[in-house]
Write a protein that binds this ligand. Structure first.
Ligand code: DAT
Ligand code: MG
Length: 150
């Protein structure tokens, strides 16, 4: 299993509801390494690019409005199998279909207020990281690495 990077974003509702610390803690405690993070107010144009694959959907305009309604926390987490594991930690797109113990299953109810984004594949992660972090990532050796990986 390869070391991967995944783009994780706490949506405006997650920020407003004070869930930033809880969410970051889950990735930290699991053992993933934070390699980029910023709080930012994204423009509609930027969000339209992020969600361009969904532009034909009926919910697209509402999605962009929601995502632009306040600041988001943009992050990149790194580690073994990070993309798939990150998605598993998030739960299903519809929080009502998310298992308890997942972030969406524990903290939200409606699909249109599902508090967090996570890349769905290694390729889309690369695209999303380039879009949100054109300045690049922080590379460093985590002091805990030999206690997390065999
Ligand atoms: P995910 O965020 O789980 O990757 P997605 O990429 O299919 O899901 O959709 C992106 C976001 O769009 C999703 O987190 C919430 C919103 N969304 C998806 N399907 C929706 C629907 N049927 N009604 C309203 N919002 C929806
Ligand atoms: Mg998606």
């Amino acid at each position: 299993m390869a070391t991967e990077q995944t783009y994780i974003m706490i949506k405006p509702d997650g920020v407003q509801r004070g869930l930033v610390g809880e969410i970051i803690a889950r990735f930290e405690k699991r053992g993933y390494k934070l390699v980029a993070m910023k709080l930012m107010q994204a423009s509609k144009e930027h969000l339209e690019k992020h969600y361009e694959d969904l532009s034909s959907k009926g919910f697209f305009n509402g999605l962009i409005k929601y995502m632009a309604s306040g600041p988001v926390v943009a992050m990149v987490w790194e580690g073994k199998d990070a993309v798939k594991q990150g998605r598993a930690m998030l739960g299903a797109t519809n929080p009502l279909a998310s298992a308890p113990g997942t972030i969406r299953g524990d903290y939200c109810i409606d699909t249109g207020r599902n508090i967090i984004h996570g890349s769905d594949a290694v390729d889309s992660a690369k695209k999303e990281i380039a879009l949100w972090f054109p300045e690049g990532l922080c590379q460093y050796t985590a002091a805990t690495a030999s206690w997390i990986y065999e």
